[in-house]
Design a protein around this ligand. Sequence first.
Ligand code: DGY
Length: 318
Amino acid sequence: MPQPILLVTRRLPAAIEARAARDYNAHLTASDTPMKDVVTQAAGAEAMICCPGDMFDAELIAALPATVKVIATFSVGYDHVDVAAARARGIAVVNTPDVLSIATAECAMLLILAAARRAGEGERMIRAGGWHGWAPTQLMGTLVSGRRLGIFGLGRIGRELARMARGFGMEIHYHDVARLPAELENGAVFHPTDGTFLPVCEVLSLHAPGGAGTRHWLNPARIAAMPRGAVVANAARGTLVDDTALIAALKSGQIAAAGLDVYDGEPRVNPGYLGLENVVLLPHLGSATTETRDAMGHMVMDGIDAVLAGRTPANLVR
Ligand code: DGY
């Protein structure tokens, strides 16, 4: 019996491509950028692996061949896949929850520390040959230890960040659609409204999903409600931030510093950030560790195996 066709839209870690080629008629690519002719390439495919940046909207999903049974996104976020459109066509969608929570939380912590302690400025200074030795007033940032950390979205990644931040003696506050059970809150203070949440956010880290419901959540009014001189980190989705508002706040000092790993419309980065010293910019590398990317790959493959075997995958997007 011929192996089912699996279309992979991006280059994947070697171990995952090897597994795909062993178990499927895998149509692999050497490209790191979104595939342009996905529908044509999907001819005869029963399974597809896509990534953030591949826009699997209703129009594309409607045009996919009838053979497609599962779309597996190599990511926990699935705001680039129209899940309702897939469901309407009987196509399952699977993703990669849990396995990247620690890596992404580490990235958020990195952004918080790098922004608060002006690490980007220091790095640029050395590389530009502009460092002339230790000085008492040089690159003074702000401590994060002992500060109040506000987490917008206390899901798996947000909770990992809270665990790490407790090690810095940070006081954890959160805002989410509903209060979590005590064992998941682990002492974090729940704020049902922005009204009480934002004023305590000396450091704010965003961990809510992308999509229409959270688009430009961090807007001028919310920024104004934060303490002056706060630090902002975003390792979730760029669409959560109104860039014009954040850039203005970074210029005025309302926000002292920001660390960003994700961008609205990425890989385009709002040019307003590029000239600002007080923003640390990373290229969406939250989950980019070897262990994590392998685990993500095995999870998408497990999900595909399950769907094609007629089982319900543990990582089915519902
Ligand atoms: C995700 O998984 O959604 C990240 O953005 C990429 O790891």
